[in-house]
Write a protein that binds this ligand. Structure first.
Ligand code: F6R
Length: 607
C-alpha cells in the first residue's frame, strides 16, 4: 500500500507528481506529500487526508523545482497526520516509502544514540536518517543509499532524493512493486505503470532486491551485491486516462452497473458460445492429470476461490485446497508435483497472495494467476495469466472483479470437468449455454435496485447483521458480510446456514436482521429450516431468492428480494449483485465514504 512517484524532469514537477499520485490514490489515502529541490534546497508540502488537501496546499503555496518525489499514504506506523506524512527528511535527504521496515525499532534506537532526532512515528524516517548518516560518514549519495539499503529488513519500495544533486533519484525494491519510466531527457519512477502512463509507456519493472540510479539521461540498475543487472524495457499497455464516474455518484455504483458487460467479456475469453465449449487454454498443467488444485487469495478474491472450490470439486471431481493467503504462505503445506496452483487477485500485487505464489513456485508447482491488472507482479511471475476482463476497478470494495473472477473459475471448472471425463459433450454445451445467460440475467437483477435501496434504508439502522447461505451461497454470505462491514461499518457476520445452531443462533433477537441467500436449489428446504429457527427467535429475515424459492417459502420475511429463476452454475455470479447493492445503498444511507472507506486501500502490498 502507499503509492510513490519520482520525476527527474525538465519542467516544474510538482503538478506532474500530483497527477501521478491521483492514479495511485487507490493504494492509500490517509495523507499525501511532495518534495522537490527548490532553488537548491529541499522543500516539501504535505497534508493529512485525501490528495485534494495536498492539491489545495500546493495551490496556496506552490513548489518549484524540476526534480521531485511524491507519496500517498496508507498508514502502518504512526497515525495518519501531517507529521507522519511522507516525504521524510534528514539533513540533505528526502525519502518516500511503501512497505514496512521490520527492523525499524532497533535501527531507530541505534540512530537516536548517534544523536538523530525523530520527528515522526514512522518506520520510514529511519531510512532517511540512515542515508544521512552514511553521507556524514563521507559516502557519496549513491553509495550512501546503497549502504543504507543493506541495513534494512522488511518490505520496501523507496525513492530517495539528495539536496546536493538535482539529477539523481535512487529507487529500490524489495517486495512492493516499482516501475522505472524512460522519457526523453527525463526519467520517472512509480509504484505502477498506470501512474506513469501520461509521461511514458516505456517501462522497466524492478525485481526484488534491485535498486536503481535514475538520472535525466540514463538509468543503471543494480542488485543487492552492487552488481549491475539488466532488466527488460517494455511497452506498457497502461491507459493514460483517469477513469471517471460517468453519470454515477460513486465508482462502486458504476462498477456494479458495468457487470453485465464485463461478465460477458470475461466469459467470452474462456468459452466458445457458438460451439458450446470451454476453450482449451494453453495451461502449464493438464487437468486430466493433476490430482489436487491449491487456491489462495485474500478478502473478496478468496471468496471467489471458495466458490471455485465447490465448482472444481463438483464439476471436475478435482479436490481443492483453499486458504487465505496470509495463512497459506506460512503453513508449509505439503504440495505434490501433481498439483496445480491458482492465485486470485484483482490487483495482482497483494503481498500475501504473491508470497503464496512464490511458495508454490519454490515447490515446483505450475502456477496460474487470475488477475485483473495484467502488468502486475503476479501476472509476471505466474506460468499462465488467466485475466479477468473487468477493466479498471477504482472503488476500494471489489465488485466487478469478483464476478469476473467467478466467471473465469466457472469456465475453468467446466474445462477441467471435460478434461477429466466428468462432463460429457452434451453437458458441456448445456453448461456453456447456461453461462451465456449470465449477462442478460445480470441486467435483470440490477433492475431490482430500487427495491434493494428500500431494504437498505432499514438495514442502515442495524447494529449487527447476520448473513446465511449454504453451498456456493455460503461464500456469498461471507462476501455480503464483508461488503457491509467495509462500506457501512455495521458489524456483520457470514455463516454457513447449517452452522447457525452451533453458536451464532444465540445472537438472534428481534433487533437482528438476517440476510438469507437461498435460491431454490437442491438444498433450499434445508435453508428454509434454518430460517424457521431464526423466525422462531424473532429474527428479521431478508430473503434473497428466486421466483420458485419465493413461491415455496412459507415463512414470513421482513423483505423478500426475488431474482429471476436461473441455472445453478451462474447463481453465485448473479446473487453477488443484490449483496453488493445492499451494502452499497446501506453505506450511502449511512453517509460513509463508499469509494474509499476508512482504514482501507485498494492494493495491499504489506503483510
Ligand atoms: C473487499 C476487497 C478486498 C480485496 C482483497 C484482495 O471488497 O476488495 O477484500 O478483495 O484485498 O485484493 P486483490 O484482489 O487485489 O488481491
Amino acid at each position: 500500500m502507499c503509492g510513490i512517484v519520482g520525476i527527474v524532469g525538465h519542467s516544474p514537477v510538482a503538478p506532474l507528481i500530483v497527477d501521478a499520485l491521483k492514479r495511485l490514490e487507490y493504494r492509500g489515502y490517509d495523507s499525501a506529500g511532495v518534495a522537490t529541490i527548490e532553488h537548491g534546497a529541499l522543500a516539501r508540502r504535505r497534508a493529512e487526508g485525501k490528495l485534494i488537501n495536498l492539491e489545495r496546499r500546493l495551490t496556496a503555496d506552490p513548489l518549484d523545482g524540476t526534480i521531485g518525489i511524491g507519496h500517498t499514504r496508507w498508514a502502518t506506523h504512526g497515525v495518519p497526520n501531517e507529521t507522519n506524512a511522507h516525504p521524510h527528511f534528514s539533513d540533505d535527504v528526502a525519502i518516500v516509502h511503501n512497505g514496512i521496515i521490520e527492523n525499524f525499532a532497533e535501527l531507530r534506537s541505534e540512530l537516536e544514540k548517534d544523536g538523530y532526532v525523530f520527528s515522526s512515528q514512522t518506520d520510514t524516517e529511519v531510512v532517511a536518517h540512515l542515508v544521512s548518516r552514511e553521507l556524514r560518514r563521507g559516502a557519496r549519495p549513491v553509495d550512501a543509499a546503497f549502504r543504507a539499503l543493506k541495513q534494512l529488513r522488511g518490505a520496501f519500495a523507496l525513492a530517495i532524493m539528495f539536496k546536493g544533486d538535482d539529477d539523481l533519484i535512487v529507487g529500490a525494491r524489495n517486495g512492493p512493486p516499482l516501475a522505472v519510466g524512460h522519457g526523453e531527457g527525463e526519467m520517472f519512477l512509480g509504484s505502477d505503470a498506470i501512474a506513469l502512463a501520461p509521461f511514458t509507456d516505456s517501462i522497466t519493472y524492478l525485481e526484488d532486491g534491485d535498486w536503481a540510479v535514475i538520472r535525466r539521461n540514463n538509468i543503471q540498475i543494480f542488485d543487492m551485491s552492487g552488481e549491475p543487472v539488466e532488466r527488460l524495457r517494455r511497452q506498457s499497455i497502461g491507459t493514460s486516462f483517469l477513469v471517471d464516474k460517468g453519470n454515477h455518484r460513486h465508482f462502486m455504483h458504476k462498477e456494479i452497473h458495468e457487470q453485465p458487460e464485463v461478465i460477458s467479456h470475461t466469459l467470452g475469453h474462456y468459452v466458445d458460445f457458438t460451439n458450446g465449449t470451454a476453450k482449451a487454454l494453453d495451461l502449464p498443467w493438464d487437468f486430466a492429470k493433476v490430482d489436487r488444485l491449491a487456491i489462495s487469495a485474500c478478502g473478496t478474491a478468496y471468496l471467489a476461490g471458495l466458490v471455485g472450490k465447490y465448482w472444481f470439486e463438483r464439476l471436475a471431481r478435482l479436490p481443492v485446497d483453499i486458504d487465505v493467503a496470509s495463512e497459506f504462505r506460512y503453513r508449509e503445506m505439503p504440495i505434490s508435483k501433481n498439483s496445480a496452483a491458482l492465485f486470485v487477485s484483482q490487483s495482482g500485487e497483494t503481498a500475501d497472495t504473491l508470497a503464496s505464489l512464490r511458495y508454490c513456485r519454490g515447490e515446483g508447482v505450475p502456477i496460474g494467476a487470475i488477475v485483473n491488472v495484467r502488468e502486475s507482479t503476479m501476472a509476471r511471475e505466474a506460468d499462465v495469466i488467466l485475466p479477468t476482463l473487468a477493466g479498471p476497478e477504482i472503488g476500494v470494495a471489489s465488485t466487478k472483479a469478483f464476478t469476473c473472477q467467478l466467471s473465469v473459475m466457472a469456465s475453468l471448472a467446466i474445462r477441467a470437468g471435460v478434461a477429466r471425463g466428468h462432463i460429457a459433450k452434451g453437458e458441456e454445451q448445456v453448461l456453456v449455454r447456461q453461462l451465456a445467460e449470465a449477462a442478460r440475467l445480470a441486467t435483470q437483477v440490477i433492475k431490482l435496485e430500487d427495491q434493494i435501496e428500500k431494504v437498505a434504508r432499514d438495514l442502515a439502522h442495524s447494529r449487527d447483521v447476520l448473513y446465511l447461505g449454504r453451498d456456493t451461497n455460503y461464500p456469498l454470505a461471507l462476501e455480503g458480510a464483508l461488503k457491509l462491514k467495509e462500506l457501512s461499518y455495521i458489524h456483520a457476520e457470514g455463516y454457513a446456514a447449517g452452522e447457525l445452531k452451533h453458536g451464532p443462533i444465540a445472537l438472534i433477537d428481534e433487533n437482528m436482521p438476517v440476510v438469507v441467500i437461498a435460491p431454490h436449489d437442491r438444498i433450499f428446504e434445508k435453508t428454509v429450516s434454518n430460517m424457521q429457527e431464526v423466525a422462531a427467535r424473532g429474527g428479521k429475515i431478508i430473503l434473497i431468492t428466486d421466483e420458485r424459492g419465493a413461491a415455496n417459502s412459507t415463512l414470513e420475511t421482513l423483505d423478500t428480494i426475488v431474482l429471476p429463476d436461473m441455472p445453478e452454475i451462474i447463481a453465485p455470479i448473479l446473487y453477488a449483485l443484490p449483496v453488493q447493492m445492499l451494502a452499497y445503498h446501506t453505506a450511502v444511507f449511512m453517509g460513509t465514504d463508499v469509494d474509499q472507506p476508512r482504514n482501507l486501500a485498494k492494493s495491499v502490498t504489506v503483510e
